[in-house]
Design a protein around this ligand. Sequence first.
Ligand code: PMT
Length: 219
Amino acid sequence: RLDSPLSGRTVLVTAGGTREAIDPVRFLGNRSSGKMGHAIAAEAAALGAKVVLVTTSTLPVPPGVEAVPVESAMDMHEAVMARADVADVIVKAAAVADFRPAARAEQKIKKADGTPTIELVPNPDILAELGAREDLRAVLVGFAAETTDVETHGRDKLRRKGADLIVINDVSQADAGFAVDTNRAVILGADGMRRDVALTSKRELASILLGEAAARLPG
Ligand code: PMT
């Protein structure tokens, strides 16, 4: 692990689906469990990196990893931006809600008050904001969860969000993507690299991905 290229480097990982509060008891969410992000954090720590895991998940925090628990996209945005400058690698495995309710009702919304209309406003795009920063020194890795034309949409996201690498998973398949222990993916690099990863554990995909990220570290 001392000869690992990630030894002594700082790796910032995000994991899980964000929860966007509607009222004190309800939220808008998605199917991300945090398994992929927690597997990346575990693997990076095993490779000797200093790992910060910004997570919405209640899964166990892997040994040697510093966890920053968050709930909403706004919380995650703040936690990531505060730590981005010290990171050598940033991996955005979290499923961040694109929209949040414009207002959080202070009291539980009552059925007797009729069918509510929930107005939504856009959340910041954390990955795109990092990708647009000229001064960011970290190797930036995004994920793309797609159900149709997965590679075309993934390639487009890589370019639009300014990432160095993107991991495209086809979440329409039962043994890949959300909440399972396995995944299959295509990893694309802004440098033209393309790598197919056949069905494997999330931990093994994490290992392959971190290898690609480490190979792109300056110096
Ligand atoms: O958590 P698991 O159950 O293990 O499932 C893993 C996973 C399927 C959630 C994961 O592998 C995955 O694909 N994560 C990204 C899901 C997603 O939100 O994809 P997206 O296409 O909406 O977003 C693309 C990228 O932009 C992601 O890196 C995302 O973190 C980032 N993003 C998106 C929106 C936003 N407002 N801010 C962001 O940073």
